[in-house]
Write a protein that binds this ligand. Structure first.
Ligand code: B12
Length: 424
């Protein structure tokens, strides 16, 4: 079939992110013999004109749209990002009668609400590779769209049990030829790649379990290094490992780094570290394998708050990780998430003092925690009467301890004034 896959994300908040999920789906769809076009709207001039042009040139029978971001997760001046996706869908409808199918991380958190808000024909929650192919097969055979893993239909809810691919090697590694870099991309653009899916850590605010499930599933290290080698041969040398916790399990992370070194790939990369359970050997090997920067999301500098967040590391472990990163010259950006359950002026002060004592290169402070469905934080917010149990949470709601926000903003602003690497 002729398939147009559109990444509707136009936001460059934090950094321009290339549409990894869409490229995964495109790779699988192309490998199955379909004619596939990828349109990434990031930094494109007149995105709706681009949609029209792509439709006129391919005449797609199916249009898949990746919905990554719902909002910017910022409690102050929140940006809701779905309206622009709605405009993309309107442009598709204006120029084509193709079926419009949604997917993506943001979509997967709110499958029913986003489907209804955007008025698409169907959506696939979770992994798209196998499910999207199953959908195309049904369409080719003229069958009804049901019994497809994770499929939602308008007003009918889930019509097929979700799929969590056990062995990730059974789905293809992203095809390096399918990246279309935005026209504004500089030398420093990072190619996102993922080695594992699923997270069992259960942090109280996190939506990852809803998106990826709780069972950790991996690609073999061999397959990842082969994929990296193909990317390097195609001229891509800078990567972002998008795994929620690059170091979990540590044995996998260590082996991956060792194999990157053995292949002499001459690449550099960035990743996200869980601050606990880290050995010096892993950090030193990461540095040798090309890791130049990590996100160190310790989120709080107060043990009591870490316990509420269901974090499984201590402040001593955070400090040790941070010091090891400094020792091996890997840049580190710390993250604080302030204002959640149990937070007081004292716990905030503790967090700021703790963060200030670490050898961080930069620090990002978020005030107020975006409440996601199916999380312990949502349960707490309902129990405390902060949100209604019927709220689907698509329009962003934030947890903030009553009476704290003004003081918190003022205090953080004061700390930031003398610390140039700190941002809100
Ligand atoms: C890594 C990551 C980042 C990195 C990105 C680095 C990079 N260069 O790519 C960094 C830290 C920079 C980042 C920044 C931000 N992020 Co972020 N990020 C993630 C994370 C952890 C993984 C995303 C990823 O790459 N997954 C791997 C790919 C393979 O999976 P996938 O995209 O979901 O695709 C699969 C399926 O969804 C599906 N699929 C995808 N597209 C399609 C299309 C169709 C048609 C179909 C059928 C299926 C399908 O199939 C794919 C393959 O199986 C997710 C959380 C998560 N666990 O998903 C948050 C997440 C996507 N981020 C989120 C947010 C909010 C942001 C920021 C706005 C935060 C901020 N204020 O800075 C920015 C925005 C960045 C931008 N410019 O767009 C939210 C989005 C939800 C929301 N509230 O909007 C998420 C879900 C986290 C959360 N809090 O819940 N992020």
């Amino acid at each position: 079939m002729r398939v147009l896959l559109i990444s509707a994300n136009t936001s460059d908040i934090n950094m321009p992110t290339l549409p990894l999920g869409l490229v995964c789906v495109a790779t699988a769809t192309k490998a199955a013999g379909h004619e596939v076009e990828v349109l990434d709207l990031l930094s494109r001039q007149e995105p709706l004109a681009q949609v029209k042009a792509a439709i006129e040139s391919l005449r797609p029978e199916v249009i898949g749209i990746s919905v990554r971001n719902i909002d910017d997760q910022s409690m102050e001046n929140t940006r809701f990002l779905l309206q622009e996706v709605k405009d993309v869908i309107a442009a598709c409808r204006a120029h084509s009668r193709a079926l419009i199918i949604l997917g993506g991380a943001g979509y997967s958190i709110f499958p029913e609400s986003v489907l209804s808000f955007l008025g698409a024909d169907a959506g696939i929650q979770g992994e798209g590779e196998a499910a999207f192919l199953a959908l195309l097969e049904k369409l080719q055979k003229g069958l009804r769209l049901s019994d497809i893993p994770g499929i939602y239909l308008p007003n009918r809810g889930l019509q097929g049990e979700r799929l969590f691919t056990g062995n990730l090697d059974s789905i293809p590694f992203p095809d390096e030829h399918l990246w279309t870099l935005p026209p504004t991309a500089g030398e420093d653009i990072l190619i996102p790649l993922q080695t594992r899916r699923g997270c069992a850590l259960g942090c109280n605010y996190c939506s990852t379990a809803t998106i990826e499930g709780t069972a950790l599933r991996k690609r073999s290290v061999e397959a990842v290094v082969d994929g990296l080698t193909r990317h390097a041969a195609a001229g891509f040398k800078r990567f972002y490992f998008t795994d929620n916790t690059f170091n979990m399990p540590p044995s996998y992370a260590l082996e991956l780094c060792q194999r990157i070194i053995e292949r002499k790939l001459d690449i550099t990369w960035v990743c996200i570290l869980y601050p606990g359970n880290i050995e010096e050997e892993l950090i030193s090997t990461m540095a040798d394998a090309g890791c130049r920067e990590v996100s160190l999301g310790f989120e709080s500098g107060c043990e009591k708050i870490l316990a509420v967040m269901n974090k499984k590391y201590t402040l001593a472990e955070v400090r040790r990780t941070s010091e090891l990163l400094a020792k091996y010259k890997i840049k580190q950006m710390g993250f604080l998430l302030l204002g959640g359950p149990g937070e007081t002026r004292e716990t905030v002060e503790e967090s700021l003092i703790f963060s200030d004592s670490l050898p961080l290169d930069a620090m990002k402070i978020t005030i107020g925690i975006r409440i996601y469905p199916h999380t312990a934080l949502a349960q707490t917010a309902i129990a405390e009467g902060l949100i209604s149990p019927d709220d689907d949470l698509l329009l962003p709601r934030f947890y903030m301890v009553p009476g704290l926000v003004a003081w918190l903003r003022e205090t953080v602003a004061r700390w930031m004034a003398t610390r140039p690497g700190w941002t809100m």
